[in-house]
Design a protein around this ligand. Sequence first.
Ligand SMILES: [Zn+2]
Length: 285
Amino acid sequence: LGDMLFIPQFTLVPKEEIPAQAALLLFTEKENRLIGPESILNNDAFFLPISTFIEQSERTLFIHIGNLEKDGNEIPLFCVACHSEFVLEAGLIEHSFGDIFRDMEREEQIPFARAKQILTWERTHRFCGSCGSETELHDHEPCRSCPSCGAIFYPRFSPAVIVRITRGRQLLLAHNKNFPEGLYSVIAGFVEAGESLEETVRREIQEEVSLEVENIRYFDSQQWPMPHSLMLGFTAECPLGEPTPDKEEIVDAAWYDPENLPEMPKRGSIARRLIDDHLEKLGLL
Ligand SMILES: [Zn+2]
């Protein structure tokens, strides 16, 4: 986004009232892929001019998720999943949302995370989970309600902890069975019902690598819309012991010297920031 600012909003706007300069983030059916030019020099290229799409679309309302502000100009940003209703211009292709997102600067991720999470919530809360009736979208806040029983559904986030474990200068890094080959990262896991975040940190570390930690400290957080995680970053110390991977989720885990690290997560992830923060403190970055 460079010097662009994003101000979140939520309104349903009738097609004929959409300003000509508005931009669109256009996703495929299940929001896994984002439409953009074939070669992307800058992620601003994903903000497509909406005018070419609204003319073709049969939908009457579009979701306005916020405004992009740059040099005193305000550009309303809309989002749509299901691009099959549009004929894509030459040169526009589908990109993996996850790959694009993992490579973005943190500030840059905000409108993309918001668009994806709102669209995923829209698609997965069309019916009431309590009585099965069709839900209705509120016209100026991200809220779906059930006209039969009154249940209310806001965009869903699933809290997960992510924790960097250190032993002096060394970092504990693990290879999860779902990671690309050769990639190592810090430990992460979803918060379970009834748990405090610190309890999740202790349980996940115990389950995945059989270690006891101390000095658990909050680090930072990040929305991780694959599809709706909220990552809560922590640091912890482990003065004693060798990791024993559970072999179910974690296939391999070891202590690493900071000068000799394996392949790391991409820079757009809180995992990478946890690792980089340790290297910075050691004067290595
Ligand atoms: Zn209901």
